[in-house]
Unconditional design. Sequence first.
Lengths: 414, 414, 414, 414
Amino acid sequence: MNKCSSVAQRPPMGWNSWDCFASRATEEDILKNAEVMERRLKQYGWEYVVCDIQWSAPPTAVNDPVYKPFIKLKMDSYSRLVPDEIRFPSSSCGKGFAPLAEAIHNKGLKFGIHIMRGIPRQAAHSGTGILGSSATASDIAEFGSISRWNGDMYGLDPDNAESQKYYDSLFELYAQWGVDFVKIDDICNTNMFPHNPYSASREIEMYSKAAQKCGRPMVLSLSPGPAVVEQAWHLTANAHMWRITDDFWDEWRLLRDMFDRCERWQTHVGAGSWPDCDMIPIGKIGAGFGSQRDTLFTKSEQVTLMTLWCVFRSPLILGCDLAATENDDWTMSLLTNEEALAANQEGWNPRLADKSESLVTWISTGGKYAAYFNISDERIEVEPIGNWNVWKKAGLGKAENIEPHGALFAMKKE
Amino acid sequence: MNKCSSVAQRPPMGWNSWDCFASRATEEDILKNAEVMERRLKQYGWEYVVCDIQWSAPPTAVNDPVYKPFIKLKMDSYSRLVPDEIRFPSSSCGKGFAPLAEAIHNKGLKFGIHIMRGIPRQAAHSGTGILGSSATASDIAEFGSISRWNGDMYGLDPDNAESQKYYDSLFELYAQWGVDFVKIDDICNTNMFPHNPYSASREIEMYSKAAQKCGRPMVLSLSPGPAVVEQAWHLTANAHMWRITDDFWDEWRLLRDMFDRCERWQTHVGAGSWPDCDMIPIGKIGAGFGSQRDTLFTKSEQVTLMTLWCVFRSPLILGCDLAATENDDWTMSLLTNEEALAANQEGWNPRLADKSESLVTWISTGGKYAAYFNISDERIEVEPIGNWNVWKKAGLGKAENIEPHGALFAMKKE
Amino acid sequence: MNKCSSVAQRPPMGWNSWDCFASRATEEDILKNAEVMERRLKQYGWEYVVCDIQWSAPPTAVNDPVYKPFIKLKMDSYSRLVPDEIRFPSSSCGKGFAPLAEAIHNKGLKFGIHIMRGIPRQAAHSGTGILGSSATASDIAEFGSISRWNGDMYGLDPDNAESQKYYDSLFELYAQWGVDFVKIDDICNTNMFPHNPYSASREIEMYSKAAQKCGRPMVLSLSPGPAVVEQAWHLTANAHMWRITDDFWDEWRLLRDMFDRCERWQTHVGAGSWPDCDMIPIGKIGAGFGSQRDTLFTKSEQVTLMTLWCVFRSPLILGCDLAATENDDWTMSLLTNEEALAANQEGWNPRLADKSESLVTWISTGGKYAAYFNISDERIEVEPIGNWNVWKKAGLGKAENIEPHGALFAMKKE
Amino acid sequence: MNKCSSVAQRPPMGWNSWDCFASRATEEDILKNAEVMERRLKQYGWEYVVCDIQWSAPPTAVNDPVYKPFIKLKMDSYSRLVPDEIRFPSSSCGKGFAPLAEAIHNKGLKFGIHIMRGIPRQAAHSGTGILGSSATASDIAEFGSISRWNGDMYGLDPDNAESQKYYDSLFELYAQWGVDFVKIDDICNTNMFPHNPYSASREIEMYSKAAQKCGRPMVLSLSPGPAVVEQAWHLTANAHMWRITDDFWDEWRLLRDMFDRCERWQTHVGAGSWPDCDMIPIGKIGAGFGSQRDTLFTKSEQVTLMTLWCVFRSPLILGCDLAATENDDWTMSLLTNEEALAANQEGWNPRLADKSESLVTWISTGGKYAAYFNISDERIEVEPIGNWNVWKKAGLGKAENIEPHGALFAMKKE
């Protein structure tokens, strides 16, 4: 067990910049969202504020939400990426993310960053150095260890002892900055080799060791999915959460699939071990991809999403622009339902109880919570156990209707 | 949860006829082995005596250890296979396995049988009836649901409600006979469809329900392997043990592989949920395959096998002819080591602790047991934790040698 | 080269009962269609009349177009299937298909039958005999060699010399009957093993040898597809035509796919070697599946189909009920266009010349024929080579419009 | 048909530097081998002298036969690789391979080079220009289109019209140099995507067009294998030869495999269309990999190799250091047998005639040549057709013995 055991004892709750800002998030975007979280959500347990991909790229590069290859990224002299100073002005003069982290800590929140597995390609091709090592980037980079979808990095050679030093140097830097959460990407499912989606397992171990050594407790979150169930034990030993799906967006097809994923992963949910259903694309999203839009999920589908994430105990990471969403009472009500969040944070032993063509039923906490999901296109009727309708905040009838794609979240309330 | 929860709270311990008698076991073989178990092994916890495949086939058919296709099996009027009366004389006059079960119960032991998934092909082609149903075998049999390796049966259509009635009728009969353990074959990994080795999942559920209904507690054991880790939750819900490997025999290659299998399955071991490393081919085996022979495993490999099965908490099912083996003190010492068996029966939380090219280390019971496996072809030295050498029944040195393919089973003894 | 070289020097042209009568064709159906072929199509080169699957099954079995498993098929004492006497009255008294073949020959046409690979399961389970052999069906049948989609037969063991005798006995019988064309099913792509769709290759060789020995020239047609291109040389050596697609029906998606299939197979088209695009589902079809209906292909798509089949030189096997279709002038015009049929029967060296998102172009016969296919959903314009519009029977403009999913069949006419 | 049709009307015959010099060949090595070819082999038809991989790398990089990643390659200002001037002194002052090509032409031989698909990574990361285009290397390079085994290049984006201009600029340069043969690597089977080994098909088309445009006839040879049989038509249209195997070396296992490969490709052999069994590793090889050694093939296996390559009509490309091999009479006799070479150069319609566990028989040229291969480990006897033993240059007996792994090459001599 390499990982830090003082964090993520409950499913992490927070916000991530991707669904709303794509690769273009700025310091201002991050701070605005942190401000809303502090004011509206912190009291319900939401705490992590995570800046997603490509914070080292100049504004010119991120004008296109698709990554621009071969662009020059901001890098320190030890081959480590640092924030672009135009997009993150507080990082100037070599301060990195320290000022932004401090600002977020001052709100009583926690700060997270996204990184890509490996070392910048530009470092390998120019042969820059590694902190605490006489090796250069070109010595430890593997020319064929690449992401399928982003050209910034090369993976590291796990047989070269200097590789660990590079990852150690990264986490030293992040600890100096005050980072609380690291989302490592292109690592959980690399899609590099046909029959080995978990090809980066030794790099996971290196990151995990680096995080241990750095001294600062940080949540380790692995992406993208789908993670490989056979490696559940290894993921549990080395990370706090890992994606069980490829990128999740607001399409019923993807939400429907999540039932199968949760089914497979249910036995691996527990303290410090959180199979992750991915960010929650409800509210106002998409600005960074062209223009802001409302989620495409119907209200019934949103209820289904939140119910499944809560009963299964997925991490809860919001994708919307909170500043644009906070006046949307419907969405806010989904994020502030204390009983739903309690099922997520304090429930235990979530299990698929039954499934048919139309109805999927999950139970947790010894029957305290029962979630009924109508996965069909027709209204159905169920006879729920329990006495309380979590979302309606009202008593339960003997029989209840569930709309197409909707859910009923029932509990036994004392 | 369909399965009976009063059995298999610890890994089942017993004997199975396959490794020594292939498809040819007779009543006399079974009784002789039960007699040795009663006299020599019962006191250590060994209890199940299981008759393996093709007990319905006439002696002419089983002269060849490879199954003879299209032979007429002994069947009752409800399409249920019953013992061949020549090989199992006590079964005459429709008594089935009841007399043999009783004889074994009288020794203080338990009785098990092997069955193949489905209904006899001969029943489908002749259209015989089903107890408690107006359907016939030809109505519920699926013409394409076949075993890859044995031509006796057709699987049942899970969409036909009459199929459950047939499986119910089987377990009613087995309960009448006094069966305590059912090994269901061609069900855990059917190899029928390229991408769906777990294609018989709904038949597993039917068997599980039938076992519940029959009223008699029985251990449900699923074969063959490898089971699919993604379905661990479903296996746990519906069976007590399941094979994590294809047929295991006395070859180092297969034993070496078992480390990877145990690694994958370690998080699924617990009361009523036993990933199964398969029968133990040590001692005298093989008579039914041509001629009796000694295991091909070296003594070091035998120690490795027993240590892994014990620390991982696999079911312990012996494969040897006990009557031929009981004078072999070496083998008997492996089966009667109380501390090794205690690790298997009472240990908890077995985990792979470390692995390298040469050394694999497992820990269980919070560090009480530590198993060191030398998977290389050279002698190695380890510095074990603990103070007691389980197999040598002696104190541990600070450093201990382990022979190639051998193991050191260390514990903290009070 | 085992196969008969005096037949199929040009792509076979004919009719098959499946698309219109499913598994229910009767003698009356066959004769009615033969009568229309004689009167309306023979003069254009159409000649084979083929009775498709399950002519041994009783009417009760074929009331359902899906095969009814475990039904008793009509079989002679040598384990050979013969026609059901109710559906094929002229076959009574052991005459088999001889009278029907004679009736069709009297019309100047040729007669074909469908068979399934292997020997009836009922023969294996009852142990009936083989002509000219002391073996029984149970000796040569392989219990695991089954069709995925029909439960009538077991494949034969190619390592057992008696297997050839059974296939020889079949073709002797078919020669006695006067059969000219045998469509062997479940043999070209068995889908039995994940990585070996061509698993029945040795049975193909046995059929081919049996056909050679029987003395009567017969076209050997192999189904279902998709055939495996790597085995093109083996198919060419042992058969006259083979399916390059799974069952083809009147859906644009399937027709669209055929372009890729023809692309892959283009180098294997030539005398006696005909990659087969499957039956042509235009006109009135479907009666045997429930109710007769018109093809779902638009007129543009029908032109595309006929153009592709003709330019590529696929066998031309009609699927419609000719008796119901013969008053449909549009359809009849597609079947009687002499220039299109000449491209099919006498063209040479068909080649994909170009393809884009919207336009696929094929050329054959050294540029005499040029076929332009609009695979997009928008009208397009092309500047064809040649001077004659085959389907319009008119001169070509410098530029021609092609409707969505439609085709232009251009030629150089002297 | 894009390719040049005035070359490769017969299987190309020549020499390639890889098997003897790995990535380290120098101008001196090339010239020495050309000299032996001129003096000893030219009269038998051998003509191409091909310099294999990494002629742009400095001597320091190629000291290790494994490619050193991230090394600086010699490149012109248009992102085109040119020879390293230390290893190829005549290339200095921007003359490239022109002087070496001229030297080889002066011997009456032809000159070939190896290239890797794509554009140098160093060009993409530094953004250098493209001849005749305003685009830069970073505009047309695809960051994820990489070789699995060499880190020098990125593939080009086929949807970007500027990509063609880069490949055009390469062939313009090669035409200026006087190149006669281009072996394009990492293109025939890219192994980049699980289910699409032929992912570079559009780059093949671009190279083919570039070669057409450049005006100088050049043989296009595609590597590595195995090529995809389904794409035979596309390979035939765009190249002159393509590898049907991964790298071939002197191991019986690989030679044994070649029979299956030739079987699959036999229908695609003909003028301008040469499935390629790869270089011939007999004689003295391996100097560039550490130390020079004799081939590991037995004499029988060498005969088998030469017989198969000749009867199947593979290109014949020698791998040995000719200067080190020329005094080896045995090897030279295999390279100068006029009848064997005639079968290769002038034979037609090579076909697998029969195969069993021990004997494979190929026939070509309407029965003029018959090749019998003993693929077993025991001596066998055959009764050959023909009257002449090609390798022994003697009459044939009625029955002839063939040594294990050996071959008999029989012909009908007038």
